[in-house]
Design a protein. Structure first.
Length: 1002
């Protein structure tokens, strides 16, 4: 529920204020403190019970076991061990009891204790690896790590997936983004949970919210090395003690630290290359160090360092299409024609440096204090080269050529097409920092936890875009019989004095007019998030009551400048040096269509631009068009209180609660005006603010079929706030183009009611089998809007007349996401002979979405409509024809098969994702194929796949050799508009990658 009142402030801008704007915050805090005090005063009613506490360790390695179950037989009492292997079981009735200790992959152990009223007993326990048929199962470090992850997943009251560092190391992924893509329900790219959107997940580092790195709310996890990670946790159903702005879920990254207080050191060194691109991008370099120790029982510390030089490259062939009418064989019809053909070669050189620090102080078994932080920096340099053929659309004489083959006159005699060359250098820096301090106290009658933290994200970028172009002297002949591999040739009847493809001296800086040769863009976004929480967890006879308060303060600013500059003298490509291996053939295909004949030394070109800055002049009107719509300052403060209870009987657990969040927002943007002649007339600040309160009920149940099998059902409500660039109250009125661009600070946040069901079974030899269903009913999702508005007298607060093209953002009516997930992970010891050394890791995700964009005649159907038609049911057209959400991949498959024998381990992995919509079209477009009609020319990402190989061999107990090969299939990734058979957009090739190295483990 959301309550707000629309009033106008003194500056004339709108302000949305809740019915109790000035008291909501204090009421929430006072309510929270009162409830916590009330529960604390009543926590002493359990005087007739006792407490059992202690540690659980691995009997072979003395390593603490995280997530081990401690169960008091015949009662509903029990606990799980924390990250240090410690546990506390409270409110145990006085008398004699049997205590069972369980952990995945280890033998259970049962002991008998006698406890008296008011007594606290300390009982430590050591468990040994499981044995089957007299043979000990080899419990490797990888299995121990995944056992910790699955134990945490199994003991959780909510639905989540956890993978350990040891399992991440079995894949060839260098970054957190790659590692996340191995989890069920994660999209290609690793941060889009169930297709809801990359910016819709709450991303945390060790529980501390991370600052965003773009103008939206997303966090770029491709900048963080997987070597920094202890475990990855994807929470798909939140609980009331978590921030509600987790529309898709929560991604929590735990950095490396000493596990269970044991000394641990890992050193990893290696390198590699992309076979096809190593001459340009160079070699990969990788080094990491992690060290953790607990010199005594009172404190532990950990340190991580990671360095990666992770170059990559790709080549792209691009086509753009339009439609027009032509007379062919005395019949007039509409045909598809090419509006642009381009070849592109890119290579990136990102360098990442990450450091993590952690210190924990435990003066007693009751109290723990911690300080931890992560500091990550990525410097990235991207080289881009694009060669394009640009026909003049008015010169098309037939669907396959422009101009007049007979050399006659006409409009094309003076104005023909061009060939352009656009080299570009992007230099960016991404900073991501988190810092957190806190404490916890495990008292006999309650747990108290508090923490404060800071998350910082910063992205800064310079783009140096150069433009070289011929004069308008070229006509073209196209062969589009194979639409994915068309060809283009310079026509013999072109006006150019030199036949065929132009030389370097004909590629002029800024084109024939010598203008706009340099396009320098500067982007910056800074995000600071401050958080403070205080929680109390109080046990009672059959469960716990937990309550707490939270404050989250976000300060974000951004700007994107564009400096379009002309040079005082004439230049061409011959004035610039080429790099070694200074040309490229796209896909090794012959012919000028796929040839980039010049690879300019972009570092030298950048230095030329800097040195010659006084000789460049800047177009201030172009600067205003871009800059004034991107500048913003935002402040978003959320205060919350929650109350939840966890009730447990022998076979049944229920968690229920309510979270209340009050949000205060303020935004500042720019209002600018462009005159009828295209001149910038000035800009002023414009501000908006809003306040609203939301309620988030939550109910989750766990039915324990047996010790290793659960059925989970859950309902939760979550929120997705619009992106900061969408809430930016900027307005730009362009009288020259009769267009208006504006943000929309009046956007409502998206609210989602979420329903989940999960059946899960765990194997004692470390594995799992799960089947889950999910359904999200979302209101007020945000989409880009492009519409023509008639500013009549009755609809004119802008002082405008006539029809204007308005670009903005709107709330959609509703959207639905639903689907299913399947996971199977198991060591196959039951197979005969050497096959018993095999293990498998498989997950499959199916998801669909239904979004209402106000379209009335869509061409695609969703899964429910397809199913109803399959069984012979009628489907209403308004229900059948829908639009999927952007980025929604209906099918995602991950599969891995591994083989372990002694010190040798190898694994093959396969990943496949289905096509998805990548961008909505704002208006309908005429198309000729397969039949003439007007359609929404949406852009699609085609399916993608990856096949990789990993090999690990322990040379001795301390040294390991590792080898990774990824993208072995090296298949092209294809993107298209509307219909893949007729409107290809891009074809991309990325190349195979091979890395190898050595690892030292203490």
């Amino acid at each position: 529920m959301r309550y707000k009142t629309n009033i106008r402030n003194s500056s004339g801008s709108h302000k949305f204020v809740s019915a109790s704007t000035f008291t909501d915050c204090s009421k929430i805090i006072k309510l929270g403190l009162f409830m916590m005090l009330l529960f604390g005063l009543n926590a002493s009613v359990y005087a007739q019970t006792g407490v059992l506490r202690g540690e659980v360790k691995d009997g072979e390695t003395e390593e603490a076991l995280i997530g081990a179950n401690v169960i008091i037989q015949g009662t509903d009492k029990g606990a799980s061990t924390d990250i240090d292997g410690r546990y506390v079981v409270r409110n145990i009735p006085a008398g004699e009891h049997e205590v069972v200790y369980r952990y995945l992959g280890f033998e259970s152990k049962t002991i008998t204790i006698t406890i008296e009223a008011g007594e606290t007993i300390e009982q430590n326990m050591e468990l040994l690896p499981t044995t089957i048929e007299g043979e000990e199962i080899q419990v490797t470090a990888r299995q121990r790590g995944q056992s910790r992850a699955l134990s945490e997943q199994r003991k959780s009251t909510n639905i989540k997936n956890v993978i350990s560092a040891e399992q991440i190391e079995t894949f060839s992924d260098n970054t957190v983004t790659g590692a996340l893509s191995r989890i069920a329900g994660m999209g290609h790219g690793g941060s889009n949970i169930r297709g809801v959107g990359a910016g819709s997940a709450n991303v945390t580092m060790n529980g501390q919210r991370m600052g965003g790195t773009g103008s939206d709310r997303s966090v770029d996890l491709s900048t963080i090395s997987s070597d920094m990670v202890q475990s990855l946790e994807v929470i798909k159903v939140i609980t009331p003690d978590m921030d509600a702005d987790a529309l898709a879920g929560v991604i929590n990254i735990s950095t490396r630290r000493p596990v269970g207080g044991e000394r641990d050191m890992n050193i990893r060194l290696g390198g590699g290359f992309q076979d096809r691109y190593v001459r340009h991008s160079g070699t990969q370099q990788r080094a990491s160090l992690s060290y953790g120790d607990s010199p005594n029982d009172n404190y532990s510390f950990g340190f991580n360092f990671s360095y990666q030089r992770d170059p990559s490259a790709n080549e792209i062939f691009r086509t753009e299409w339009e439609s027009d009418a032509f007379e062919v064989n005395n019949e007039t019809d509409v045909y598809d024609i090419l509006s642009s053909v381009g070849s592109e070669f890119n290579y990136d050189i990102p360098e990442r440096i990450g450091t993590g620090l952690q210190f924990t102080f435990q003066p007693s078994d009751i109290s723990t204090y911690h300080v931890q932080g992560m500091f990550n920096v990525q410097n990235r340099t991207r080289h881009r080269y694009v060669l394009s053929y640009n026909p003049r659309m008015a010169n098309y004489s037939a669907p396959t050529y422009t101009g007049n083959p007979d050399g006659g006159g006409g409009a094309d005699a003076e104005n023909q097409g061009t060939i352009s060359y656009d080299p570009r250098l992007d230099e960016s820096t991404t900073n991501q920092y988190t810092l957190q301090a806190g404490g916890s106290h495990r008292l006999d009658n309650m747990d108290i936890e508090y923490k404060v933290g800071w998350g910082h994200g910063r992205f800064s970028e310079d783009q140096y875009r150069m433009n070289f172009e011929t004069s308008s002297d070229y006509e073209f002949v196209f062969d589009t019989e194979d639409r994915w591999n068309p060809t283009v040739e310079v026509a013999d009847w072109s006006r150019a004095s030199e036949p065929g493809f132009p030389g370097m001296n004909r590629m002029l800086f800024g084109g024939d007019g010598g203008t706009d040769g340099m396009d320098h863009r500067i982007n910056s976004n800074v995000d600071n998030d401050f958080e403070a929480t205080f929680d109390i967890d109080i046990p009672y006879s059959n469960g716990t009551i937990k309550t707490g308060v939270n404050a989250s303060l976000t300060y974000k600013r951004g700007i994107g400048e564009r400096l379009v500059r002309d040079y005082a003298s004439n230049l061409n490509i011959a004035n610039f040096k080429l790099i070694e291996n200074g040309n490229w053939s796209i896909f090794n295909q012959r012919g000028s269509t796929y040839e980039i004949p010049w690879l300019v030394d972009l570092d030298q070109a950048k230095q030329f631009y800097i040195n010659q800055t006084p000789r460049f002049t800047t177009d201030l009107d172009e600067w205003a068009l871009e800059t004034e719509t991107s500048r913003y300052n935002a402040n978003e403060n959320t205060f919350s209180y929650y109350l939840m209870s966890n009730y447990k009987v022998d076979w049944f657990t229920v968690l229920g609660g309510l979270r209340i969040e009050h949000t205060d927002n303020s935004y500042t943007g720019r209002e600018s005006i462009i005159s009828g002649s295209g001149t910038f007339e000035g800009a002023t600040d414009v501000s908006e603010s809003s306040s609203y309160t939301n309620f988030f009920p939550n109910l989750q149940t766990v039915f324990s079929i047996n010790n290793m099998t659960n059925l989970r059902l859950a309902y939760s409500r979550s929120i997705g706030r619009p992106n900061f660039n969408q809430l930016n109250p900027y307005v730009q009125i362009n009288n020259a183009t009769r267009s208006i661009q504006r943000g929309n600070p009046q956007l409502d946040p998206m609210l989602s009611n979420n329903f989940d069901a999960l059946f899960e079974h765990y194997f004692m030899n470390v594995g799992q089998f799960t089947i889950g269903l999910f359904y999200k009913d979302m209101k007020d999702f945000v989409f880009s809007s492009n519409e023509v508005v008639d500013y009549s007298a009755a609809n004119n607060d802008e002082g405008l007349t006539g029809r204007w093209n308005v670009n903005s953002f709107k709330n959609g009516e509703e959207a639905t996401v639903y689907g299913a997930e399947f996971t199977w992970q198991q060591n196959l010891e039951f197979l005969p002979g050497f096959l018993s050394n095999l293990g498998t890791y498989v997950n499959y995700s199916y998801s669909q979405s239904i979004a209402d964009l106000g379209r009335t005649d869509e061409q695609s159907t969703h899964g429910i409509a397809d199913f109803l038609e399959l069984i012979g049911q009628d489907v209403d057209n308004s229900y059948k024809y829908v639009t999927p959400l952007e980025g929604q991949r209906p099918h995602i498959v991950n599969a891995g098969l591994d083989f372990t024998k002694g010190d040798f381990f190898t694994q093959i992995s396969y990943q496949w994702v289905a096509p998805s919509i990548s961008a909505y079209a704002g208006v309908k477009t005429e198309v000729a194929s397969p039949t003439y009609r007007r359609v929404y020319f949406d852009q699609y990402n085609d399916g993608a796949q990856d096949f990789s190989l990993t090999v690990r061999y322990w040379i001795n107990p301390n040294f390991q050799f590792w080898f990774d090969a990824s993208n072995i299939l090296n298949q092209r990734e294809e993107n298209y508009y509307y219909n893949a058979n007729y409107y290809p957009y891009t074809t991309e090739l990325q190349g195979r990658e091979v890395t190898l190295g050595i690892r030292y483990r203490l």
